[in-house]
Structures are given as structure tokens and as C-alpha cells.
Design a protein around this ligand. Sequence first.
Ligand SMILES: [Zn+2]
Length: 217
Amino acid sequence: MSKLFNYEEIIDILKVRMVDMAKLYFFYGAMNSGKTTRILQCAYNYEEQGMNPIIMKPKIDTKGESSIVSRIGAKRKVDFLIEAKANIYDIIAEKSTNVDLIIIDEAQFLSEKQVNQLMDAVIDLNIPIMCYGLRTDFQGKSFPGSRRLLDIAHELTEIKTICECGKKAMFNVRLIDGKVQTEGDSVAIDGEGKIEYTVACARCFRLKTHHKFDDTK
Ligand SMILES: [Zn+2]
């Protein structure tokens, strides 16, 4: 009777399966949906297993806020801030020897090109990359980074949160000094006043912001 597989063949099959294991994940949701808490929990779980996760975040302003803080109070330092023009593939390749997982916070602020570089890194370096970010800005428009992640990520997970009316919140409403904003940059500039965000379902978003989904009407 001939054997179905010899030892070397089995090892090769296992290797292929190992190489196929890493994926690009995108966890998306509205503001205040608990993304940061999930990031901190995920990093903790990996560390508890003796593995080495690293947290990265796009550097979106000159302050370069280097910590992430969840609403329930947990805090952690970001391991690496990604410059707007940085080649993330090269950064990950450099760190890849002792990293088991890459977590990217505020992934909506990545460029389309950087998301493409993440996919190449997953394929070539076999490191899972988990991106967390907003689906849309306060005007209901997608961010380039999120759009590209929604296009190509292996796995998409919506992190759900609830509008004050009880429906699923999908949109973000920006308030400055308590007043609803309908115009401005998708990254709020400090110094304009007290900036806050609230979430809304489609109906409440339209009601609060007077947004016209069909702007020809
Ligand atoms: Zn609502």
C-alpha cells in the first residue's frame, strides 16, 4: 500500500498553511464604540500568552499623542507613531523578527498607499495586522484609509454602538462648544473650542446635522 504523503510533503503542507494564517483585519465603528478598550484587551491577551504585540498609530498632528486611553480608564503607550509619508511595509519588515501581532489604532488616518503596504506586509512577512478605525467622519464621508481597508481587508468586523434612540449608531456628530458642526476639516483643529463627538443612527444624523443624503433634493 502506498503512503498518501511522505513526511516532507506533510511539512510542506503545514508550511503553506502557516504562511496562509496571517490576515489583515479591520475593526470599524463610530466614535466611542469601545475600540480602544478592545485594542488594550487584545494586546494584553497576546502578552499573557508570552507573545509580543506592538501598537502603532498614525501621527496626525504635531503633538504626536503617543498614548491611547480608553474611556474606562486603561492607558498604554503607543510603540510607534506612523508619519504621513512613511512606508509602513519597511517599518514592519524592520521589526518583524520579534513581533507577533501589529495593532493599528486610528487606522482611518492611514493613506490608501499605506493600507496597500499593510496587505503586502501580511502576505510577505506573515504577521497578522489588526486595524481599528472609524468608518466615516462627522460629515458622513469615508476616510481614505478606511475605504481601502473596507476594500481589501481579509476580515471586516463592525464594532457596534447605539444611538440615543436605540438604533445602531453609524455616524459621528461633531459638536464645538455644544453646537453641531456641519463643515470643517475631518481632523478637528484644537483651539476652536471644546470639541466633542456623539454618535447617531442615519435618521438622527440627518435630523441633527440637516445632512442631505441625496443632495440634489
Ligand atoms: Zn437614532
